[in-house]
Write a protein that binds this ligand. Structure first.
Ligand SMILES: [Zn+2]
Length: 463
């Protein structure tokens, strides 16, 4: 981490503001660190899984039943002492609930299309009630049914993340109550994380994760509410690594903090704080980077940016077209509030059309959960690879399905994994799109091989 003075830090914090789009201005000065990287010997390149481009959708501000931002808006307004017009919207006219019938319809539509992503479950939404205790305004039966819906319809295809505890007021984790201070200093979205240690932030995350654990929802990552962690980026990454491992034993914790909705900055996941790659307990945390704005209606039911911002009707332009064209994971953002849009479902309609357009243009996309993308990128960055004399040796701290590599080699026979002879030789395919685990493709300068990379050592013979 760059040594900087307190004065520089304060100045940079002020300049950076609180918007997620400005994250890069911090990360240059106060970057999270990559940590260890393995040696690479030879001409081996790790490609995307199966040679496909990962796509995903991150949904923020979802929870069980509670229309979070209907309750959050007045709390934000209070924290700004009424001085910020962003928080003067007509929240009293918004419904209290986003109904489970909508969750089911959305979840089933996505499952039918193979759509995957991240779905927040805010554990103590806007201080209305804790999902593991009581949700005032709904019966215990309704709460239980709602949780069961998340466990059965959403969790198979969506990472479940807490978005801290409340997404509004900070909870005193000793008492379980919000702190008496109503100012920005004790709002999760705004200043609370500033100058706090990784241990303090990690303990707070563990409290949020614990509520979801109590209701049988497993998490491998977290989403930051609003500006949470913006002025404590290294601490945020380390706190995620600690808390998600501690509470769930997750092998590769991940988090969503950064987003670039335009420009050339890479949106590939960042593998950070990697340590112990050769030992029995390798560690890292993955920062997932969003690539679109919320053009589906936002957190506050504003007029949506619309489908064309993602991909135009002629399928030629839009942010998704740009990022998919680069071959980087194209991870979209939406808020549950705008997906439902007070019952008009404006966001959902936009998203459905985005998916239809993506399907008409591309045949090489692969929908992945964030945990799957994180695992692949951890293996891509952290596997030691050595090539010599027709043999490629992989030492992998983490396993990864569909691991796909391009190997430059002059003469090649059918690739085989070394072992006890039980692993069949690879099957040759003739098109890139046919690549799946256990197949290989001949190229002018070598081969592309796709296989399920096991944790530990594996050896690929090419001659
Ligand atoms: Zn949020």
């Amino acid at each position: 981490m760059n040594p900087i003075t307190r004065r520089q830090f304060a100045r940079q914090s002020v300049l950076g503001g609180a918007g997620i789009g400005l994250a890069s201005s911090f990360s240059s000065l106060l970057a999270q660190v990559p940590g260890d990287r393995p040696q690479r010997v030879g001409k081996v390149t790790v490609l995307n899984p199966g040679g496909r481009v990962p796509v995903s959708l991150m949904i923020d501000d979802s929870t069980c039943l509670v229309n979070l931002n209907r309750f959050a808006m007045p709390q934000f307004d209070t924290a700004f002492e009424g001085a910020n017009a962003t928080y003067h919207r007509n929240w009293k006219e918004w419904p209290n609930e986003i109904p489970d019938a909508f969750v089911r319809r959305f979840g089933e539509w996505c499952a039918g299309r193979g759509v995957k992503g991240k779905y927040s479950i805010v554990p103590y939404p806007a201080c209305v009630g804790r999902l593991d205790r009581i949700l005032p305004g709904w019966s215990q039966r309704e709460l239980n049914d709602s949780l069961e819906l998340v466990r059965t319809v959403m969790a198979p295809n969506w990472d479940i993340h807490p978005e801290m505890c409340t997404h509004t007021r900070v909870i005193d984790i000793k008492t379980g109550h919000p702190y008496p201070d109503h100012s920005l200093k004790f709002m999760e979205n705004f200043d609370w994380t500033t100058a706090r240690s990784a241990d303090e932030i990690g303990a707070y995350m563990a409290y949020a994760l614990g509520i979801l654990k109590n209701v049988g929802l497993r998490c491998e990552g977290i989403t930051t509410p609003g500006g949470f962690g913006n002025r404590a980026l290294p601490q945020l990454a380390q706190a995620t690594l600690q808390s998600v491992r501690d509470v769930f034993g997750a092998e590769i914790p991940h988090y969503f903090r950064h987003l670039y909705d335009k420009g050339d900055e890479s949106v590939a996941p960042r593998v950070e704080y990697a340590t112990g790659l050769d030992g029995p307990d390798p560690r890292c945390v993955v920062s997932i980077i969003g690539c679109t704005g919320d053009w589906t209606g936002g957190w506050d039911n504003t007029p949506p940016g619309g489908v064309d911002k993602f991909i135009t009707e002629d399928l030629q332009q839009g942010r998704m077209v740009d990022v998919i064209g680069r071959g980087e994971p194209a991870i979209m953002l939406a808020h549950w509030t705008g997906m439902y849009w007070n019952g008009q479902e404006l966001g959902f309609k936009i998203f459905q059309e985005v998916v239809r357009r993506l399907e008409s243009k591309y045949d090489h996309l692969i929908w992945m959960k964030l945990a799957e993308i994180s695992r692949y990128w951890a293996a891509k960055e952290l596997t030691q690879i050595a090539q010599a004399d027709g043999v490629v040796r992989f030492d992998a701290p983490f396993a990864a399905p569909r691991f796909t590599v391009r190997v430059t080699a002059s003469s090649v026979s059918t690739p085989k994994m070394a072992g006890d002879g039980t692993v069949p030789p690879f099957r040759e395919v003739t098109r890139f799109l046919e690549l799946k685990p256990g197949t290989w493709l001949r190229e002018p300068a070598g081969v592309v091989v796709c296989f399920d990379l096991p944790k530990g050592r594996s050896i690929l013979n090419l001659s």
